[in-house]
Write a protein that binds this ligand. Structure first.
Ligand code: MN3
Length: 198
């Protein structure tokens, strides 16, 4: 099969109490796995089966007849990236990242507040991102499977705001989940490592 489910970079219980083993078991083991399985089914015997995932996304994102392939490909990529955005215990934000965020958002806490507010403002299912676009840092919301990769913006950080990401642990309290994400789960060292060269 050309597309495969990546292992989580931490154990299922590593993010407790902010993200439970039950949530990760369902989210990675059922939801993400489901997108990968479906993507393999949909692309079997097509040119998409031989393409890098990013190319599948770029070639299908504005083609309504390829919507099912786009949705499963983008969800595969978005989830694979999401797992690399978290680390047990969170991480201190490196100075270089703090300075970069301060230029666009006032300061680090201002960025965190805006990220939480924008994630809360995403109506229905979707994702909240920090991206680099030609050197400038921006917060971007996408609906459903939407991904900034389709728009050639470089993702630096993402949080999944589909209900399946938080309902087991937070019920309908998306703001509490987003706050826990920025305060206790986000791997800021990984984000700093993705910053474009100054
Ligand atoms: Mn998800």
């Amino acid at each position: 099969m050309p597309f495969s489910l990546p292992d989580l970079p931490f154990s299922l219980d590593a993010l407790q109490p902010y993200m439970s083993a039950k949530t990760l078991e369902l989210h990675h083991g059922k939801h993400h796995r489901g997108y990968v399985t479906k993507l393999n089914e949909l692309t079997r015997g097509t040119p998409f089966a031989d393409m890098p995932l990013e190319n599948v996304i770029r070639k299908t994102h504005d083609d309504p007849s390829s919507a099912a392939i786009f949705n499963n490909a983008a969800q595969h990529l978005n989830h694979s990236f999401f797992w690399t955005c978290m680390k047990p215990g969170g991480q201190a934000a490196p100075e270089r990242l703090r300075k970069a965020l301060a230029r666009s958002f006032g300061d680090f806490d201002g960025f965190k507040r805006k990220f939480v507010a924008e994630g809360l403002g995403q109506f229905g299912s979707g994702w909240i991102w920090l991206v680099a676009d030609k050197g400038a840092l921006e917060i971007v919301k996408t609906s459903n499977a939407g991904t900034p990769v389709a728009l050639d913006k470089q993702p630096l950080l993402v949080c999944d705001v589909w209900e399946h990401a938080y309902y087991v642990d937070y019920e309908n309290r998306r703001a509490d989940f987003l706050t826990a994400f920025v305060d206790h789960l986000a791997d800021w060292e990984a984000v700093a490592g993705r910053l474009p060269a100054a």
